[in-house]
Ligand binder design. Structure first.
Ligand code: PMV
Length: 328
């Protein structure tokens, strides 16, 4: 039996622009997804994810045929990351063995905290370890990115890279490769996550930006480049410990994301409530269309948290996780 875990994340800077090759800065949080792999004697893959999908859902993957042993159709899309990751390991490395796979997560699913990437990366780690394949971190991150692209259509390497490496990293896609650089931030970032249920999937929000970019290229392209500039500048502010500047750049980043049409009234309400209560910066994080915001606080931690709750959202206390994917 092998259990692997990988962290969720918040995007500090650069979501959406990273899809078009700009750098993003992302931080792993101390909430993890877990994947347990037990090899079987046959060639079936059975996936059980009682906390994440619906209790008792079982999928089987046999001789390249994937079937859902359940009447719940939605389970198929939720678990397709696991099945795709295993398919790609079989395809890229010629390794395939039947296994019982159990998945659970400490994060709310679909809120934009990178749960699907954490599950993908933990699956690759646990399954490759169980089958005797020794993959280094870079190969895991690249395989994870390929999995997300095949499941979602479009995906940047951001979520799968942070789930692999942990800490705070700058991620930039380079054709089929990824440039990943670890940031040295001299202090803890006091961040509060606010979240509301998400109305749209990441895929829909990415498609929305793509359409806007196609229709108004001259307007949208400079916004995307400006987000890239915000990320580059934010890296310098983070590494020099200038939190006031980090907060200002978060506010600019939120305005640019709003211009891309990915914020919502609820996200804006949380952002403005947090700033009014003393946050030094606040922005939506992730794909938008509902989901999460992050607020950076210096000393008004409690009042910012209450302000976010007062507009009908929930908050999540979370700290940085230096640990990326690992075997438990
Ligand atoms: O929904 P999330 O938290 O996985 O964020 C998606 C981030 C995007 O930049 C919008 C898409 C991507 O693939 O990077």
């Amino acid at each position: 039996m092998v259990i692997a875990s990988a962290p969720g994340k918040v995007t500090l800077f650069g979501e959406h622009a990273v899809v078009y090759g700009e750098p993003a800065i992302v931080m792993a949080i101390n909430k993890r997804a877990y994947v347990e792999v037990n090899l079987r004697n046959d060639s079936k893959i059975r996936v059980i994810a009682p906390d994440i999908v619906i209790k008792g859902v079982v999928l089987t993957f046999d001789q390249n045929i994937f079937s859902v042993e359940s009447e719940v159709a939605s389970a198929r899309s939720e678990l397709s990351y696991i099945v795709k990751a295993i398919e790609l390991i079989a395809k890229n490395y010629g390794v395939f063995k039947g296994a019982d796979i159990r998945v659970w997560s400490e994060m709310p699913v679909g809120a934009g905290l990178g749960t699907s990437a954490a599950i993908t990366i933990a699956t690759i780690k646990a399954y490759s370890e169980a089958t005797g394949l020794d993959l280094d971190k870079k190969s895991i991150a690249v395989l994870g990115w390929q999995t997300e692209r095949e499941v979602q259509g479009t995906a940047s390497p951001m979520d799968t890279s942070i789930a692999t490496y942990g800490g705070i990293i700058q991620v930039q896609p380079l054709n089929n490769d990824i440039n990943i650089e670890r940031l040295k931030v001299p202090m803890k970032l006091p961040i509060i996550i606010g979240y509301v249920s998400r109305e749209y999937k990441t895929k829909d929000m990415v498609a929305k930006v793509r359409l806007l970019k196609e229709k108004y290229g001259n307007i949208i392209n400079p916004i995307i480049s400006a987000i890239g500039q915000v990320s580059r500048k934010a890296r310098i502010s983070l590494e020099s410990g200038d939190l006031k500047e980090v907060g200002e750049l978060m506010n600019i980043n939120h305005g640019l994301l709003e211009a891309l049409g990915v914020s919502t009234k609820q996200l804006n309400d949380m952002v403005y409530a947090a700033r009014k209560a003393g946050a030094i910066g606040a922005k939506l994080t992730g794909a938008g269309g509902g989901g999460c915001i992050i607020a950076l606080t210096l000393e008004k931690h409690e009042s910012v948290s209450l302000a976010i709750k007062s507009v009908g959202a929930q908050t999540l206390e979370s700290d940085i996780s230096e640990k990326g994917v690992l075997i438990e």
